[in-house]
Design a protein. Structure first.
Length: 144
């Protein structure tokens, strides 16, 4: 089956994603964390999410994982890295457009990639990885 470092990285990545969702969607949690620890706790979640995604990508590519599991693990990692990259690109492009054109213009492409495409890709990658790993465990086939 999949080796232990990939399992640990994948598990922590899902855990951090759940913590981020709790901070965003449960009223008062994100605000309370921000009051207690300031922006460091909020931004550190996103940095950890990005780093775990990059580690998952590296481990998946380094190991000889084949088939759908590899694709789903890579989708999970790329989506977690892509989220923060697209958020930064959205803010940079919006800021540059505002400076150049002297008006409040929002850049929609990177925003949609960050807010809609990457989270959906992450969820699809996680669900697909879990289904494929369970399927391979039931059938007794090896991932690599």
């Amino acid at each position: 089956m999949i080796n232990l470092p990939i399992k640990i990285t994948f598990s922590f990545l899902v855990l951090v994603f759940i913590l981020i969702l709790i901070g965003i969607f449960i009223p008062g949690v994100g605000t309370k964390l921000f009051e207690i620890a300031g922006p460091i706790i909020v931004f550190s979640e996103w940095i950890v999410f990005l780093l775990l995604g990059a580690i998952l990508i590296a481990l998946t590519l380094r190991k000889k994982i084949e088939g759908p599991v590899k694709k789903f693990l890579l989708l999970t990692g790329i989506s977690s890295v892509g989220f923060l990259v697209f958020v930064v690109l959205h803010n940079l492009v919006s800021g540059l457009l505002n400076m150049i054109l002297n008006s409040e213009i929002e850049e929609p492409v990177f925003f949609i990639l960050a807010v809609i495409v990457c989270p959906l890709g992450f969820i699809i990658g996680v669900i697909g990885s879990i289904i494929e790993l369970v399927r391979q465990k039931v059938h007794g086939t090896k991932v690599y």
